[in-house]
Design a protein around this ligand. Structure first.
Ligand code: GDP
Length: 336
């Protein structure tokens, strides 16, 4: 979503009125019967001002798609980031101003035409007063859209046809090392609420299937129980995308978290991503000689894979499992 630069009410009015003046000045040099000239000039001034302001409002309105038409992930994203209701209200304000300006343009155009030229300047001043009042009334809406523009820039670009894998696990367990190993070294980095380094999205093409792997540093790497509602919503937005979760344990515990707490985090994440399959990875196996301590956790889980992300050990096994992940068919009626 590329929202254009949002003007202040003063900037909008300056732009409209100065263009109105320019057009009016141009008319002064034209040959027009004397008794009509004054009205023609003022009519042009008012209509031009309205149109210039309306054009700017329209370019802003056109830059924002209908929120209901967006995929649920983006609806949630906008809601978490700036608030969907506030966004709708601000756009509604601009629409309202657009409508009123259309009325004023007609009303004063016709009034100036129908009255004698001596009255034209008075009517033009009246029109300008009303235009200014309308534009000043949408100050809060323009302010909001300026805030939304700043916050909605660099939204993640999601491939909705790809099979999507979401990575989870405590900090320093090797999530970004693994993302780079599987999908190559330059993931897309975009803004995402409550992430420390932004969301990272890597892509892999496998057997005619596109796979998209998402890491959310700062979000899916800490106890869910400590999160507030908005943070939880930031996770819920990912539920619209995830076809599988890749949960990474640091078997060596060198990340600073014991396997016990890593296991607890897994259980919390499984609860949130209810019904979404989880692939369990035990990373940093290169640091471990005796695996018996790890085995007791492995026994609790089906199909864990032992890997060393840094050495590329076990990546082929992960790829095989990723090939078998099925894209979850979401109920489009309900979701879109
Ligand atoms: P993230 O915070 O979960 O994304 O973790 P990183 O990918 O940044 O890795 C944290 C640290 O662990 C880095 O110093 C990595 O080099 C190291 N690391 C990651 N995978 C492995 C591994 O398989 N073996 C070893 N020995 N170190 C690893």
């Amino acid at each position: 979503m590329m929202i254009p630069t949002i003007p202040t009410p003063d900037e909008l009015l300056d732009k409209g009125f100065s263009r109105g003046k320019k057009q009016a000045d141009l008319m002064r040099t034209q040959k027009i019967p004397k008794h009509l000239k004054g009205k023609r000039i003022e009519e042009r001034r008012v209509i031009t001002s309205c149109q210039v302001i309306k054009d700017k409002l329209k370019s802003i309105l056109d830059s924002v798609p209908d929120i209901e038409d967006l995929p649920p992930f983006y609806q949630d994203y906008i809601d978490i980031t700036v608030g969907v209701d506030d966004m709708k209200q601000a756009l509604g304000g601009l629409n309202w101003a657009y409508g009123i300006l259309t009325q004023l343009e007609k009303e004063y155009g016709s009034k100036i035409r129908k009255n004698p030229s001596e009255k034209a300047t008075t009517l033009q001043k009246q029109a300008y007063g009303r235009i200014a009042s309308v534009v000043n009334k949408i100050k809060k809406d323009l302010d909001f859209l300026d805030f939304a523009k700043a916050n909605l820039r660099n939204m993640p670009t999601i491939d909705f046809d790809a099979t999507t894998i979401v990575i989870a696990g405590f900090p320093n367990v090797g999530k970004s090392t693994l993302l780079n190993q599987i999908s190559g070294a330059d993931p897309q980095i975009a803004n995402y609420p409550f992430t420390t380094k932004g969301i990272q999205i890597g892509h892999v093409e496998r057997h005619w299937k596109s796979i998209q792997i998402i890491d959310t540093p700062g979000l899916l790497d800490r106890p869910v129980l400590e999160m507030n509602d908005i943070e939880l919503n930031a996770i819920v937005a990912l539920e619209h995308l995830a076809d599988a979760i890749l949960f990474i344990f640091d078997a060596s515990e060198t990340c600073g978290f014991g396997l016990e707490s890593q296991y607890n985090l897994l259980k919390q994440i499984e609860k949130i991503f209810d019904n979404i399959p989880v692939i369990y990875l035990f990373n940093k196996m290169d640091l471990i000689e005796d695996t018996s301590y790890v085995e007791q956790y492995v026994d609790e889980l089906d199909n864990s894979i032992f890997i060393s992300a840094i050495e590329g050990e076990g990546i082929d096994k992960i790829n095989k499992v990723l090939d078998s992940v099925k894209k979850i068919e979401r109920n489009e009626e309900e979701e879109y």
